[in-house]
Design a protein around this ligand. Structure first.
Ligand SMILES: Nc1nc2c(ncn2[C@@H]2O[C@H](COP(=O)(O)OP(=O)(O)OP(=O)(O)O)[C@@H](O)[C@H]2O)c(=O)[nH]1
Ligand SMILES: [Mg+2]
Length: 314
């Protein structure tokens, strides 16, 4: 499987611009994808914030709750609020957001600001395509920021006056230079945070199908009108993808399944909510994957140290 990473030049620039902007900011609104609150948390944003003299007040929004599995969202809210003590709100920016409640919360967190001579200055940030500009439009009550269902629609900072004495900066979506956890990379690719030139649809469709079979089997198979029993190994997953290809007419000359075409179809349908609400990760999966990432990191560091020793001895 090919490793997925996507950190184009405009994100590097956006990160530098964000560091420049933060000293003038009173409150950070970080938008996460409710289907993947762990994988959509950008470590660069935490790092950028730590560079400030004092950490800024912060609200996290779990956006696109309409697409997420409500039972898993409940688990996340408990974990994020009670264990990590985050101020986090589940929202659906596309359908109005609960604008008044959110703006009230922002003002409560920075009560000394919000007048014409001392305006409340906020910034919204998060991974690409997570709904930052849609949140701003909902807060403003009209379309002032460009939105679109693909990564990297917003290319530069934009200052928007939400109301007299209340500003919010829209920023370009950002990822980070190395996606160490490739489970996260797959989830980001499936949900549209990574441009499709940076991954192979066949790899991502394999991951998506395996995930759906293990976690949302009934809804997935019902959508394609297929019936599959028991555990599926890698071979079984490929056979299932081929069966979907035949059902959907993704064929090449000679009646062979066109794997590239059916792979694109599966990813796009999962992204478009075709199998109903689903969540890609739970707090428990996050803890397990974080342990695995730490183990891999240690292993790499040990290998590097051993190579260095060997070079010295030579
Ligand atoms: N289903 C659903 N879709 C949403 C929601 N919020 C935003 N979207 C959609 O998500 C897509 C991306 O929204 P944007 O607001 O452009 O995302 P962004 O974070 O500004 O993206 P970049 O500027 O590319 O970083 C659009 O197609 C929105 O309509 C939501 O709550 N639910
Ligand atoms: Mg945007």
């Amino acid at each position: 499987m090919n490793v997925i990473n996507w950190f184009p030049g405009h994100m590097h620039k956006a990160r530098k611009e964000l560091i420049g902007l933060l000293p003038e900011i009173d409150l950070i609104v970080e938008v996460l994808d409710a289907r993947l609150p762990y994988s959509s948390s950008n470590p660069l944003l935490a790092e950028v914030d730590q560079k400030q003299e004092r950490p800024k007040p912060r609200i996290k929004l779990l956006n696109k709750v309409d697409l997420a599995d409500p039972k898993v969202t409940e688990q996340w809210l408990i974990h994020l609020r009670k264990v990590l003590h985050w101020r986090v709100e589940p929202v659906q920016a596309q359908s109005g957001l609960g604008k008044d409640k959110l703006l009230k919360l922002c003002h409560e967190l920075v009560p000394e600001r919000g007048s014409l001579d001392k305006p409340l200055r906020m910034v919204i940030m998060g991974i690409p395509n997570v709904g930052k500009s849609t949140v701003i439009n909902a807060l403003k009550g009209k379309a002032v920021a460009k939105t679109g269902n693909e990564a990297a629609v917003t290319r530069q900072q934009q200052k928007i006056e939400l109301a007299p004495g209340t500003f919010m900066f829209d920023t370009p979506g950002m990822l980070w230079p190395k996606l160490e956890n490739q489970n996260s990379a797959m989830r980001l690719a499936i949900t549209g945070a990574i441009k499709d030139t940076a991954f192979e649809y066949e790899d991502v469709a394999f991951y998506a199908t395996e995930f759906a079979i293990n976690h949302y089997r009934q809804a997935f198979l019902a959508h394609y009108g297929l019936d599959v029993e028991g555990e599926l190994d890698d071979h079984g997953i490929y056979e299932l993808i081929e069966a979907i290809g035949r059902k959907r007419g993704c064929l090449r000359g000679g009646g062979q399944v066109d794997m590239a075409k059916v792979s694109r179809l599966i990813v796009q349908e999962m992204r478009a909510h075709a199998f109903g609400p689903l969540s890609f990760e739970t707090p428990r999966m996050m803890l397990q994957e974080e342990e695995e990432v730490a183990r891999q990191r240690e292993l790499k560091a040990a290998k590097k140290a051993a190579r260095k020793q060997a070079r010295k001895r030579r």
